[in-house]
Each structure stands twice: as C-alpha cells, then as structure tokens.
Design a protein around this ligand. Sequence first.
Ligand SMILES: NC(=O)C1=CN([C@@H]2O[C@H](COP(=O)(O)OP(=O)(O)OC[C@H]3O[C@@H](n4cnc5c(N)ncnc54)[C@H](OP(=O)(O)O)[C@@H]3O)[C@@H](O)[C@H]2O)C=CC1
Ligand SMILES: Nc1nc(=O)c2c([nH]1)NC[C@@H]1CN(c3ccc(C(=O)N[C@@H](CCC(=O)O)C(=O)O)cc3)C=[N+]21
Length: 297
Amino acid sequence: MTTIIDGNEVAADVRAGLADGIETLKAEGTTPGLATVLMSDDPASETYVSMKQRDCEEVGINGIHVEIDADAPAEELFDTVDELNADPEVHGILVQMPVPDHVDKRRVLRAIDPVKDVDGFHPENVGRMVAGNARYKPCTPHGIQKLLEAYDVETEGADAVVVGRSDIVGKPMTNLLIQKAPLGNATTTVCHSRTKDLAAKTREADIVVAAVGVPELVTGDMLKDGATVVDVGVNRVDADTDKGYELVGDVEFESAKDVAGRITPVPGGVGPMTRAMLLYNTVKAAGVQTDVAVDLP
Ligand SMILES: NC(=O)C1=CN([C@@H]2O[C@H](COP(=O)(O)OP(=O)(O)OC[C@H]3O[C@@H](n4cnc5c(N)ncnc54)[C@H](OP(=O)(O)O)[C@@H]3O)[C@@H](O)[C@H]2O)C=CC1
Ligand SMILES: Nc1nc(=O)c2c([nH]1)NC[C@@H]1CN(c3ccc(C(=O)N[C@@H](CCC(=O)O)C(=O)O)cc3)C=[N+]21
C-alpha cells in the first residue's frame, strides 16, 4: 500500500507548534512580523503571496504586504527593502521570486538584512547553511525534512536523487541531505537538464526529490519499488476547470503512486510545508531580534 504524504496535516502541526513561541513573544511585547514584497504581475506569484499573508493571520503573525509595479524602477524595490530592514516591527522579509529582468536578483538577495532573511537566500545565510550552521533553513527543503521526519523516512545511508539544482530548492535540498545531521547522511546525486540518463539515476534512488518545473517529468517506470517520492513542482496546466487550469507536479502521480512506497501529492504536499516553515523562520527571527528564547517545533 502506498502512503500518500499529507502536507496539509503536517503543516497544520507545525503551525500549531508555533503557538507557544508566538505567545511567549507577545507576552514580551513583540508580535512577530513578516513582510512580503511582490514585484510581479504573475498570477501564480500573487496567489502564493496572498496565501502566505493568510497563514500569518491564522497564527497571529503580523503580515505586512508591499506591492511594487512590475515596471517600476529597480530602486523602488531597494528602497522598500531598506525601509523594511529598518522597521523594528518587521522581523522577516520575503521578496517573492522571480523579480522582473531589469532588477538584479543577486543584489536583492544581498540587500535584505541577513537576520531578517527568512527565506535563507542571502549569501551569508547560504554560506552558513553549507557550513552546517544554518541561521534559517530555506523553507522548501526544511519543509521536506519535516515531511520525511513525520513519515519516518530514513535518510541515514539512503540513496537520494534530487532532480533540479536551483538556488531555492535543488541546491539547498542537496545540502541538507548530505549533512552529517539528523535527516541528512544520505548519499545524494543531483540531476539537471544536462544529466545524460535521468531515469537510470532515479531508478537507483530510495528517495527522489523532483524540483524541475516540468509537468509530470518523473514517471512510475523511473522509480524503484517502494521509493519515497517528494514532488516539489507546482505547474499550472490549461484545463477545463473553474480557474482555467489545474495544478500538476513534476511527478506523474498516477503512474508513480503504484510504484512508490510514499509519495507527496500536488497540491497538498510540499507547498503547504514551504509556507509553514516560513512562519517558523519568522518566529525564530523575532526571537533572535528581541533576545527572547522561543521554543520551536
Ligand atoms: N512547492 C513549493 O513550495 C515550491 C514549488 N516550486 C516549484 O518547483 C518547481 C521547480 O522550481 P525551481 O527549483 O525554482 O525551478 P528552476 O526553474 O529554478 O530550476 C529547475 C531545475 O530543473 C532542471 N531541469 C529542467 N528541465 C529538466 C529536465 N528535463 N531534466 C532534468 N532536470 C531539468 C534545471 O536544470 P538546469 O539547471 O540545467 O537548467 C534546473 O536545475 C517549479 O514547478 C516551481 O513552481 C518552487 C519552489 C517552492
Ligand atoms: N522568495 C521566495 N520564496 C519562496 O519560497 C518562493 C518564491 N520566492 N517564489 C516562488 C516559489 C514557489 N513557492 C511556493 C510556495 C507555496 C506553494 C503552495 O502553497 N502550493 C499549494 C497550492 C497552491 C495553489 O493552490 O496555487 C500546494 O501545493 O498545495 C507553492 C509554491 C514559494 N516560492
């Protein structure tokens, strides 16, 4: 029997586990604050950011949202980040990626105060994570670790294959999987668009993490019997639904579910965990910035 990993449920547990920390902070006079900055007309980005704001409201985090015209000068974004860096009510800052082409993405990541960088994308935080001393673990890989933990998936000595080498998912996921730490110690192969024979790699894996952005790239015949399959992809494909699209992962769920031992669905798998770990990092950030010790789940 294949286990369908319920990301909504584990995410709800993470959110519930943050209540104590948020209470502690409030008792000390601090409401954790998360600023989201959106400089894009992309409807998917708008959806994600509004979901993040709704999550904040649900757990009692102060959500601040800033929208910048996609064709505004880049300086407008940098000025906004400077203001948020200086605002004592803002403990976490997330600039939704991608930013428009005329904005230097690397400069954006460097502009955010590393202590407020709840995505964990600032070069200082990336460096710390690689060195095994993460300040904020990037939300998606961290959320995946929590899913693996919740479903007793052994990473220790496991053969893992990460498909995708992006800065926001593939690389940090690989890093966490190879670390000498709980939920690490996996023997990890990273695949990408130049990989010669992807199926040959994934077929050897006990754990497959697909973060590609290609709908249903990974099919059941590419998996080892009983493998744990983590589908990060959230792709909108045209469909005759109310919204005019449906969400499809990077894994072909129908064929994969018969082979996999455990598998995450899309939606309801990794996505809710990414958002939950953003709240986690925000509560952690508020504790760090106010010198209040908070218990984290
Ligand atoms: N659920 C969640 O919380 C999140 C979901 N996402 C989703 O995950 C997916 C990936 O996102 P992201 O990591 O940002 O994507 P990027 O586009 O930044 O990276 C995609 C990676 O996949 C590789 N790739 C592309 N085509 C192939 C192929 N045919 N075979 C093997 N590898 C390939 C690319 O290789 P190369 O480097 O050679 O170009 C690249 O490394 C998207 O669907 C995105 O929407 C992203 C973040 C969070
Ligand atoms: N600075 C930055 N940080 C990010 O963390 C970041 C980003 N930029 N840019 C884009 C990607 C993508 N991402 C998702 C988060 C949640 C869902 C999510 O909640 N998905 C729901 C469904 C969403 C829906 O209904 O459309 C699910 O899978 O169940 C998806 C995608 C974060 N990203």
